[in-house]
Design a protein around this ligand. Structure first.
Ligand SMILES: [Fe+2]
Length: 471
C-alpha cells in the first residue's frame, strides 16, 4: 500500500504527481486543429512515484512523459513514467528508497550505491532516437510512439558520464553538442564536452576544469563558438556533509564564461568575467566574426536554491528577464556587456530551431505576472517577441490558470522563420485539469486557434519537444 504524499508546496496543486498512466483517444477539441500539424508534442517533468523518504525538491521526482499525437486534425494523448533502474527498484519495493540527491546517509540499504537517475528534465530527438535527459545521468532512450522505456543510451558505450538536459543541435551540420558537469564525480569542478555527428556517432570527448564546482544547467553554441557560463550556484561537498545545502548561491564568486572556438580544443578556452547573475536557459546566440551575441533569460539571483548559509534567495531578484550579452573577442578585456531587452518576467525561452546558433528574429517564452487567485504555478502567459522590430505579442491566461513552456512548430519546411504554431499545456485551476493550447504564430494575442481538453492534469514540468511525423 503506497503512503500518502506529505504536505509540501512542490507536491500539491498542479505540482502533485499523477498516479495513473492513461491513453485518451481523439480528444475533444474546441476550434480547429490545422491538418498540417502532423507529429507529436512530447513533454516531460518530475512525477514522483512514491512519497519521498524525507525531504523533497521538485527537481528530484521520477520522470513522466506526456505525448500529444496529432494526425489529420485530431489529437490523442498518452502519459508514461520513464522506467529508470531507480523507478523499477522502488516499484519492486513499493516505496521510495533514495535519499536527497543520492545522499548515502538517507538512502535505504537496498538502494545503496545504485543508480538514482530520474530522466525528468528534457527530451531530445536526434539521429532517430528519442532521449529523456537529466543532467547528472546518461540519456535514457524512449520509444517515440509507445513511450516505452528502452534503457540508458550511451552512444554505443562511448559516452562516459552524464549529459546535460540541453544539448544543442546545429541546424547546418546536424551535429549535437553537449556537456556534463561533475565530470570526475559529484562535486568535482571538471566539465566534459562532447560532439555527436548527424548520424549519432560520438566523435569528440574532452575535459576541462571550471573555476569552481557549480550547477551548470545549460550552455551556448553559435556557428563558430561554444560558451560555458559558470554561475555562482555552487556545489560544495564539505558544506553538504556538515548539513548545509549541497547547491547554494555564492555571489562573491561572480559569473565566469568560458569561450571556445568550435574548431579549437578545450585547452584554449578563454575565461571572461561578469557580476553575479544566474541563467537556467539561453534563448539563442550567434556570432558575427569575433562578436558574440547571446540572449539569456537572466536572474539577478538563482531561484529555487538557498544562500550558502541556508537563508532563502530574495524573491524580488528571483525573476528572469531576457538579457542580451555582447562579447567582443577582439577586445583584450575579460569583461563583457549585458543589457536587458525585455521587461517581462519570463522563462522557458524557445525559438524556431532552424535558427539555432544563428542570427534570428523570433523568440517565444512563458511569462509571469502577479495574480491573486489560483494555483502557485509560475507562468500565466505566453509572449512572442520579434527581435527585428522589438514588437511583442502576448497572451494571458484567464483567472488563476497556468501555462507550460511554449514549443514552436514550423508550418512547413519551406515556411519563413517563426511561421507556424505554438503548443503549450494549460492548467485550469478551477477544474483541476489541463488543456492543450494551439496558437498560430501569425498572432498569438488573439488566443489559441484550438484547445484540446484532457480529463486529467499535466503536472507542472520542464521541457517539451516536437517530433514531426515526417522525421
Ligand atoms: Fe532546463
Amino acid at each position: 500500500m503506497a503512503s500518502p504524499y506529505p504536505e509540501h508546496p512542490q507536491l500539491s496543486g498542479n505540482f502533485a504527481p499523477l498516479r495513473s498512466e492513461i491513453d485518451a483517444h481523439d480528444l475533444v477539441v474546441h476550434g480547429e486543429i490545422p491538418v498540417d500539424l502532423a507529429g507529436t508534442l512530447l513533454r516531460i517533468g518530475p512525477n514522483p512515484q512514491y512519497a519521498p523518504l524525507r525531504d523533497h525538491h521538485w527537481f528530484l521526482g521520477d520522470g513522466m512523459v506526456h505525448g500529444f499525437y496529432f494526425e489529420s486534425g485530431k489529437v490523442r494523448y498518452r502519459n508514461r513514467w520513464v522506467r529508470t533502474p531507480r523507478f523499477e527498484l522502488e516499484r519492486e519495493h513499493g516505496e521510495s528508497l533514495f535519499g536527497m540527491m543520492g545522499n548515502p546517509a538517507t538512502t535505504a540499504k537496498v538502494a545503496a550505491g545504485k543508480d538514482n537517475g530520474v530522466a525528468n528534465t528534457a527530451l531530445v530527438f536526434h539521429a532517430n532516437r528519442l532521449l529523456a535527459l537529466e543532467e547528472l545521468h546518461a540519456p535514457f532512450e524512449i520509444d517515440r510512439q509507445s513511450l516505452d522505456s528502452l534503457g540508458y543510451y550511451e552512444f554505443d558505450g562511448q559516452l562516459k558520464g552524464a549529459m546535460t538536459a540541453h544539448p544543442k543541435i546545429d541546424p547546418q551540420t546536424g551535429e549535437m553538442l553537449f556537456f556534463c558537469y561533475f565530470g570526475n564525480g559529484p562535486f568535482t569542478p571538471e566539465i566534459n564536452f562532447h560532439v555527436v555527428d548527424a548520424k549519432g556517432k560520438l566523435l569528440r570527448s574532452e575535459q576541462f576544469k571550471a573555476p569552481f564546482p557549480a550547477m551548470v544547467h545549460d550552455f551556448v553554441v553559435t556557428s563558430d563558438y561554444v560558451l560555458f557560463p559558470i554561475f555562482p550556484l555552487t556545489a560544495d561537498l564539505d558544506r553538504a556533509v556538515s548539513g548545509g545545502p549541497p547547491f547554494a548561491w555564492e555571489p562573491e564568486k561572480g559569473t565566469w564564461v568560458g569561450v571556445m572556438r568550435r574548431s579549437d580544443s578545450v585547452d584554449n578556452i578563454r575565461w571572461l568575467r561578469t557580476d553575479p547573475c544566474y541563467v537556467f536557459h539561453p534563448m539563442n546566440a550567434w556570432n558575427d566574426g569575433e562578436r558574440i551575441y547571446a540572449d539569456m533569460m537572466q536572474f539577478e539571483e538563482a531561484p529555487l536554491f538557498p544562500h550558502a548559509d541556508g537563508s532563502p534567495t530574495d524573491p524580488k531578484k528571483a525573476n528572469a528577464r531576457l538579457c542580451r550579452w555582447y562579447i567582443d573577442l577582439g577586445s583584450d578585456s575579460d569583461a563583457f556587456t549585458r543589457e536587458y531587452i525585455d521587461d517581462l518576467s519570463a522563462e522557458f525561452p524557445r525559438i524556431d530551431e532552424r535558427r539555432a546558433g544563428l542570427d534570428y528574429k523570433h523568440g517565444f517564452y512563458a511569462t509571469s505576472e502577479k495574480r491573486d487567485e489560483g494555483d502557485k504555478g509560475a507562468f500565466n502567459g505566453i509572449a512572442h517577441l520579434d527581435l527585428a522590430t522589438g514588437k511583442r505579442r502576448d497572451f494571458k491566461l484567464p483567472g488563476g490558470d497556468a501555462v507550460s513552456e511554449p514549443v514552436f512548430v514550423r508550418r512547413s519546411d519551406a515556411a519563413e522563420e517563426g511561421d507556424g504554431y505554438l503548443l503549450a499545456t494549460a492548467y485550469r485551476c478551477n477544474e483541476n485539469r489541463s488543456d492543450l493550447l494551439i496558437f498560430d504564430t501569425d498572432d498569438i494575442a488573439r488566443g489559441p486557434i484550438a484547445v484540446a481538453n484532457l480529463d486529467t492534469r499535466v503536472p507542472y514540468g520542464f521541457h517539451g519537444q516536437w517530433v514531426s511525423t515526417n522525421r
